[in-house]
Design a protein around this ligand. Sequence first.
Ligand code: SD4
Length: 291
Amino acid sequence: MSKQPIVVSTWEHGMPANAAAWQVLSSGGTALDAVEQGVRVPEADPNVRTVGLGGYPDASGEVTLDACIMDHQMNCGSVAYLKRIKHPISVARKVMEQTSHVMLVGEGAQQFAKAQGFVEENLLTEQSKADWQQWLKSGAAKPQINVENHDTIGMLALDSHGNLAGACTTSGAAYKLPGRVGDSPIIGAGLYVDNEVGAATATGQGELMMKTVGCHLVVELMRQGLSPKDACRKAVERIAARLPDFAKYQVGFLALSKTGDSGAFCIQPGFNYAVQAQGSALLLDADNLLN
Ligand code: SD4
């Protein structure tokens, strides 16, 4: 049965990413190929400062990347703390397709990527280096979340075959402690796909999604009958109910149902998401808890 494809993704940089994904979806391609091709756009863009090349480094000045991908059959692959490889999402897909594992981290992930033909390169652009040096001088040792509206990209797609897939990729919280891994490569926290029900992805302070296994929660709430937006809202409310300092942080959930409905919800104002379907490409503001 043929379905109307749709792709959704986090933040304004989701617009060009969705356009790339749409090329795949509109020509009958798979959701899995679409989300990989889509998120490779911000990964390669040095002006997107929280994904891939040009991402903010950790406190020691090293750019370390986290990413995961999941398909309609519960296949998933993930890399964390990956250095010097511009397209962690494609490495995550290789982990999914070429190994019996789900997740590779650090040095092992880098060696695996090289063995798969990925080329090492410097990911710290002059701009990111200058900003990091400025941060060092300022002594402001706190992560920067939701600054300038450029953030992790999480993307969810439904293809014309009726299948869902998702991808999530990030350089993580700016100036994080070396070795820190966030939610984005953790299946269930930063991304989850269940082809019977729907898919969810997240952006913002990853520790909050990890403590609540947020994206799995959103999908389970959709299974109980909630709309994508209401499921995202309930997951944000769960965070707010359990974690006393939630209001200091931003968390945004984005969900897509098996029927092609999408919705989002976040803690703070400022989170937007991109939606592309036949004949329309929109950037929408998510409703939030604090306002
Ligand atoms: C993380 N969730 O590493 C990611 C980063 C992000 O806004 O989305 N920043 O915690």
